[in-house]
Design a protein around this ligand. Structure first.
Ligand SMILES: [Zn+2]
Length: 723
């Protein structure tokens, strides 16, 4: 069983990857800004100009200063431009090696800098880094466009592609060719020069806007603090939580807007006015004043719609979904609505249950949801999260995840001393069953003001194996747990345990990959509505009794979590599922609608809030539930890689629910045969084949939607098949 389904856990932002450049391009729109120069003096002592002799070749974090990024990026852009010029200027006829493979390896130095920059900016953002983001991302976008919209390069790529059946390529090489060709085509390589020039302008503008969106959100999030000076204001809060939010400097308990602290306060606090204040702080952030993201959201939607139109698509969503499992916006929406209807009905029942508990005292409101849901849960299932938390100590939970990977895939994790980007980082050497090194796994579990919210997996270096040079990856997992008081263990809510296993699943996808090319190794190159599957399926193990016996032990007594407590957790797990399903699907529908606008429709938008209200009321969302993300802080879709793709978590749940059923059918959650197929076709295979084929090879059949509905405790509709 998977006790709660969760959302908002992502893969790293899209901009971390390789970008590219060329110094001559007939589509060039803004030649002045394309001029890049850097002197040897500016590069003196720059760590990015050296081989890294650190353990595992991790970036030498202690030596990298903010001022090192820009010169290193400039230098490596110039280097990449000359690599591209060499491909274009090659007098030999285009071949797989001199064009496709050369393209794949071009810009390696730039990738090394941008991955470091992107990752560090995600966890240690300061004003200087913020200013750098604003400059760097539009530059990288321009360089990438200069490659994908380069007419001569496109001619060479197309020429190799046209000979593909005569080249005798092996499966991985053939896939690389297929994907490179497709990327050029989808980027607009085959369009007229004038249209390409316009695309370049739009992409650069979009890059600025999405960066501004993310920065506004972080600033607005940081700006809000709920300060509690009186003991009376902390009524209901657990001692453990109080200790974690005590701020010595402020002489007060301070609650910010990180999701973990937010949900804990909304659940525990007995002071209704304070809950309302925090609720409004959360839902109204970045919605007015200097950090208002409403105009940014509109502008981003407009430019994306315009760009899709230039490429010949009805909308940005049509463009995005073309290469996904759902295929069309309608396909995604139909699927969402199948789950939305029973979810919303259930939410209405939950609302009635809570109003009944409140009685005539006051009308149940949106900011009451967490608090009364917990009360109903306690009354009906006798379950209190303070009762379960002592069994979920971070150290034990993490070791449990490692043990699971050992039993399923034969992996081992050995703690190693490697200096990370922050003192809280812990690192592990990962080996396969034969003792062969697979990669380095680095974890950063704690929230801080400089770190963006949520949980995510990323990499400082990806796996590749080109011409016998095997490179193994440096993979990261980030969570945002509240830091416990000094000397105390980090006790987790069960949903946080699931989050840890989720990101660990993305991590394994990166670590176990046997793909030779970064373009489709690990989490790269597979469709958004599939990439969540390898992460989400691992959440199912968290609450299996066999797994709990391994990791769910009381942090003081060492006793395994009692079976009757687990049973109460299981029974209670479907409670509040109406709310969770509804808030998630509301956000997914909102995302789809923002990005299904035609260019003309988008141009008519003036007020983000108004558009949002109109969409949500059309689907019948009730007033007591907010979408999981409102437009102004929907970072996934306006500033990260999930535009027209937030639905993907639920789509992937079709796969994870159905996929876990294979283990249940084998009556062994560590069934060796099922695990071997999962390892081979999912964790090792990256984007080697189309996602539905990878899944079929693992499962032996197409997925069906029934396990998803059953998993959420909803009735299974009679009509309609799987996906
Ligand atoms: Zn994820």
């Amino acid at each position: 069983m998977k006790l709660s389904s969760l959302l908002g856990l992502c893969l790293a932002a899209a901009m971390l990857g390789a970008c590219g450049g060329a110094d001559k391009d007939d589509a060039k729109s803004d030649s002045a800004s394309d001029e890049i120069a850097v002197t040897e003096a500016e590069l003196a002592g720059n760590p990015f100009m050296e081989e890294w002799t650190t353990p595992y070749g991790v970036p030498p974090f202690g030596r990298i200063e903010n001022g090192d990024y820009m010169p290193a990026i400039k230098k490596s852009i110039l280097e990449m431009r000359s690599e591209i010029a060499e491909i274009v200027g090659n007098p030999d006829a285009p071949t797989f090696e001199n064009t496709i493979l050369a393209l794949e390896t071009a810009g390696a130095a730039l990738t090394r800098v941008t991955r470091t920059f992107g990752n560090v900016a995600g966890t240690e953002l300061d004003d200087e880094m913020r200013a750098l983001q604003t400059k760097i991302y539009p530059m990288l976008t321009r360089e990438r466009d200069a490659i994908t919209l380069n007419a001569e390069l496109w001619t060479r790529v197309r020429s190799v592609y046209e000979q593909k059946d005569q080249l005798g390529l092996d499966e991985q090489d053939a896939r690389l060719l297929e994907l490179k060709h497709r990327n050029f085509l989808r980027a607009g390589a085959a369009l007229d020069p004038a249209v390409k020039a316009e695309l370049t302008k739009l992409n650069t503008e979009l890059s600025k806007l999405t960066t501004a969106f993310g920065q506004n959100l972080l600033a607005a999030t940081k700006a809000f603090k709920l300060e509690l000076k009186d003991e009376a204001q902390t009524a209901g809060l657990s001692e453990n939580f109080k200790a974690s939010i005590w701020n010595e400097n402020a002489g007060a308990w301070v609650v910010g807007l990180n999701r973990s602290a937010y949900e804990t306060f909304m659940t525990q606090s007995e002071v209704r006015e304070l809950r309302e204040e925090l609720f409004n702080g959360y839902r109204l952030r970045a919605s007015s004043g200097e950090h208002d993201n409403g105009p940014n959201a509109i502008k981003i939607a407009q430019l994306r719609a315009k760009r899709a139109e230039l490429k010949g698509y009805q909308s940005h969503a049509h463009y995005q979904l073309e290469t996904r499992m759902a295929k069309t916006p309608k396909g995604a929406e139909d699927f969402l609505l199948r789950v939305w209807r029973p979810g919303l009905e259930r939410a209405k029942e939950e609302r009635a249950d809570m109003q009944a508990m409140i009685g005539d005292e006051h009308k149940f409101a949106a900011h009451d949801w967490w608090h009364y849901a917990e009360k109903v849960r306690k009354a009906r299932f006798d379950l209190d999260e303070n009762e379960t938390k002592p069994y979920f100590d971070l150290e034990m939970v993490r070791n449990g995840a490692f043990e699971m990977a050992q039993r399923l895939f034969g992996l081992t994790f050995e703690p190693v001393d490697v200096a990370g980007w922050n003192p809280v980082v812990t690192s592990y050497d990962v080996k396969n069953a034969d003792g062969v090194h697979l990669g380095l796994f680095m974890t950063d579990m704690y929230a801080r003001d400089s770190k963006r919210g949520g949980a995510w997996m990323s990499s400082y270096r990806m796996a590749s194996n080109i011409e016998g040079d095997s490179v193994r990856p440096l993979i990261t997992n980030n969570l945002n747990l509240s830091t416990p008081p000094a000397g105390e263990p980090t006790l987790m809510r069960f949903s946080e345990v699931e989050t840890l296993f989720h990101e660990f699943g993305h991590g394994l996808h990166g670590l176990m990959t046997m793909i030779n090319y970064e373009s489709f190794a690990g989490t790269s190159g597979s469709p958004r509505d599939y990439t969540e599957f390898p992460a989400q399926i691992l959440e199912h193990w968290t609450a299996e009794p066999e797994m709990l016996a391994i990791y769910a032990r009381h942090y003081q007594s060492g006793d395994v979590i009692p079976a009757e407590l687990v049973e109460r957790m299981r029974v209670a797990s479907n409670f509040n599922q109406g709310f969770k399903t509804t808030e998630y699907i509301a956000a997914s529908l909102l995302d789809l609608r923002w990005h299904s606008l035609t260019s003309e429709q988008a141009a008519a938008l003036t007020d983000a809030r108004e558009f949002e209200q109109q969409v949500l009321s059309e689907y019948g969302l009730i007033d007591e539930i907010e979408p999981r993300y409102r437009s102004q802080y929907f970072n996934h879709v306006f500033a990260s890689g999930y535009s027209a793709g937030y639905y993907a978590y639920l789509w992937s749940e079709i796969l994870d629910a159905d996929g876990f059923a294979a283990f249940k059918q084998a009556e062994d959650i560590f069934d060796p045969e099922t695990a071997a197929r999962l390892k081979k076709w999912v964790y090792q295979s990256g984007g080697l084949r189309e996602a539905d084929e990878l899944y079929r090879n693992f499962r032996g059949q197409d997925p069906s939607i029934e396990p998803l509905l059953e998993g959420r405790g909803f009735a299974v509709e009679e009509s309609g098949g799987g996906t």
